[in-house]
Design a protein around this ligand. Structure first.
Ligand SMILES: NC(=O)c1ccc[n+]([C@@H]2O[C@H](COP(=O)([O-])OP(=O)(O)OC[C@H]3O[C@@H](n4cnc5c(N)ncnc54)[C@H](O)[C@@H]3O)[C@@H](O)[C@H]2O)c1
Length: 373
């Protein structure tokens, strides 16, 4: 069986989530690639200590170049603050390793283009992270659109909402400051999650009218003082996409302050004949609309119907660690030429397009006008 030996740079929230996916790789049924976490780089000793409990890890380092020099590493997952994306991603490519990049794939449009061009020149296999589309109800939304059964599409809504920033006592972190998160703020944090499915279905914005909000402009610094929060907190992007001969409204929502929404990813597509709707708020529920003599919204409970089947029982609910494992399975399968017609991870071109949209959104908000893409 083909092996994919992975190194992680950035062992924080997402680095450890990735370790958890590799740790239970064996749940994938008849999967053609065996993934193994072999090396980890982080600046924090306590995180390197955490990775000591992963038996396959042979190299722990604070120097990412040491990890990149290791001949044991085939693929590198980089999960570091956005201001470090460009340098780290270019270093991975220069070391002739494949890359699963974290979003937003560079701190801004210029950076994303530089990475995309370097990736193309290197010939390495590069994709960007976005895991929610791999949940079973999200896959069914994609299939319903691709089956063409919705009639004339009238409206699309896709978004990702968080709530914890509503608490003004939550301390600042790198995601709340332009110098480390980027000027695009919440769009860089949550935007890739909102655009992955629409872009892959061919819905690319013609123009955008953006409403951006900075709601809390300072927070506790965690050391007894206060710190500036200068990134955008909430973003509503009103766009139009071309479907057939029609221009169809598509609203993309990214919010750090959405009351009560812990980690709510959602997508809704409404057509003249049918509609589909899924939100992680109801994690196993797919809503399907049918226009018959009467108009009916039906709810279907879905279990573990994954694109890459696992040993988990079909009636058991899927959650965040499951879609993250599926995303990695899609990466490994595509890298091995075995994705088939399954849904794949975000491509470098899609990542650049997301940055084009977010840059246009900044422009739109500043000028209070719609900006053509
Ligand atoms: N896909 C998702 O659902 C998802 C969720 C959260 C964050 N993210 C993305 O993942 C990335 C990381 O976010 P996070 O929440 O894991 O952040 P985090 O702050 O929890 O972890 C970042 C880690 O990078 C380490 N680091 C910083 N500089 C480094 C260096 N020079 N060398 C090695 N390590 C270094 C830090 O010590 C820290 O442990 C970001 O791009 C973020 O947007 C993705």
């Amino acid at each position: 069986m083909e092996k994919m030996r992975v190194g992680i740079i950035g062992g924080g929230l997402m680095g450890r989530e990735a370790a958890s996916a590799f740790g239970r790789w064996f749940v994938l049924d008849d999967f053609p690639v065996q993934a193994e976490l072999v090396a980890v780089c982080d600046l924090q000793e306590k995180l390197l200590d955490w990775f000591r409990r992963v038996p396959t890890v042979r190299l722990l380092t604070k120097d990412h170049q040491e990890l990149l020099r290791s001949p044991d590493v085939d693929v590198v997952y980089v999960a570091v603050p956005h201001n470090l994306h460009e340098k780290m991603y270019l270093d991975v490519l220069a070391a002739r390793k494949d890359l699963l990049a974290e979003k937003p794939f560079g701190i801004d449009l210029k950076s994303a283009r530089t990475i995309r061009d370097a990736a193309a020149k290197s010939g390495r296999f590069v994709r960007c992270s976005s895991e929610f589309p791999f949940l079973p109800p999200a896959q069914r939304v994609i299939q319903a659109v691709q089956a063409g059964k919705l009639g004339r599409i009238m409206e699309i809504r896709s978004g990702f909402w968080h709530a914890s920033d509503l608490d003004p006592t939550k301390p600042v972190n790198w995601k709340r400051q332009v110098k480390t998160c980027g000027e695009i703020g919440v769009m860089g944090d949550l935007g890739m999650h909102a655009v992955h499915v629409p872009f892959r279905l061919g819905w690319k914005p013609l123009r955008v009218y953006a409403q951006l909000q900075k709601i809390y402009t300072q927070r506790p610094d965690g050391k007894g003082g206060t710190a500036v929060c200068d990134t955008w907190d909430n973003a509503m992007l009103h766009t139009e996409v071309k479907i057939g001969n029609d221009e169809v409204p598509m609203r993309l929502e990214m919010k750090r302050l959405a009351p009560g929404e812990t980690n709510t990813w959602f997508i809704e597509v409404l057509g003249t004949e049918g509609g589909v709707r899924f939100s992680t708020k109801e994690p196993k529920t797919l809503w399907v609309f049918e226009r018959q003599k009467e108009q009916i919204w039906q709810r279907i409970d879905l279990g573990h119907q994954m694109a890459f089947t696992t040993i988990t029982g079909g009636i058991f609910e899927a959650g965040f660690p499951d879609c993250f494992l599926q995303m990695w399975a899609a990466y490994a399968a595509e890298r091995a030429g075995k994705l088939g017609n399954r849904f794949g991870c975000v491509t470098p071109d899609e990542a650049v397009l997301s940055h084009k949209l977010f840059a246009a959104a900044l422009d739109s908000h500043a000028k209070k006008t719609a900006i053509a893409l």
